[in-house]
Design a protein around this ligand. Sequence first.
Ligand code: PLP
Length: 370
Amino acid sequence: MEKSTKVVHGGRPKNVTGAPLNFPIGVSTTYIAGGTSIYSRFGTEVTRALEEVIAELEGGETLSFASGLAAVKAVVDSFAKAVGRPLDVAIVEGAYNGTRMQLNGAMGLIVRSISTITASTPDIFCDELSSLQEFDLVWLETPTNPLMSVLPIDRVVSIAKAKGAFVVVDNTFATPFATNPLEFGADVVIHSATKFFGGHSDVLGGTASFADPAVAKEVDLYRRLNGSILGDFEAFLILRGIRTLSLRVRAACENALAIVELLGEYLDQEMIYHPSLLVGKPGYEFLPRQMLLYGSMLSFDLGSSPFRAERFCERLHLAKNSTSLGAVETQVERREKQELGISPGLIRVSVGIEAQRDLVEDFNQALELL
Ligand code: PLP
């Protein structure tokens, strides 16, 4: 079955006379002993249904969490426990700030060293990673945030494996409709389900999918003890969002290509950041194989003055100036981070599923006014 069918038909109750089509949201924390449900902190019918669908999409046993960052924490802590000491971590430049803060010790001493690896091209990234003496864990996000660098998961995995390191890929930006990191040899795939899976800016959640069921079991034990499982109502909302994931992702990716084309009428190509613009460049031969869709996240740079970027965001009528991504509505956000070399004029866009003509018109009038 194709993924667009799996999202519709996965995680349903048995197809028998009188059965509901959706698992009801549970209101019991405990169950009569002897069945598959024991206590809701260990999992329920609804969380298991959601995990089953994502397992089918990503190709590995899946656990759901109360947020993306709860999934990050569970995976890193469990791995540090398995290694038996704080970790040496290599993290991609442009990884989500909350993940970076966790790894930097904001949540305890799970990491003893953290090396940020430059993401400007695949070769630079791989050379820098290869030259690191020791690391236990590679934390990869591809495309990166906000400059949309795409990095070759299979090459990163072979460098990591040669050093005995574990590879985690945060696949939130790409979605499983574009990329399946486990197929390229990653050990774990993380999603902030708050983004594309939920898709409506109304629910927090996270997932982790594992190549090795034994690792999933360890992380499941962590989740039981840490109490960080997703709630039933949230699991229901995310599962409902996932039913339309295929349609939403495709529409948003098409809209993103139209916005990239429009931006090309106003800006030099070097000021526009979208994976589609990397196709055919030297070093990116892997890209069409790794990304089946080029995604709906893009950025562009209006120059060194923050005021132009601010004015642009104010002048948009449809797109919402708000943080987060992956929702039905288009969102823009200024991403100035001078310490990371990110220009004051940089605007990140999470393209939504509005009618393409309306969206292009909205961006066009804001660009024209500048
Ligand atoms: N990973 C990425 C790429 C994100 O953008 C975010 C949040 O913005 C997270 C993880 C954290 O997810 P959550 O906000 O669901 O905890």
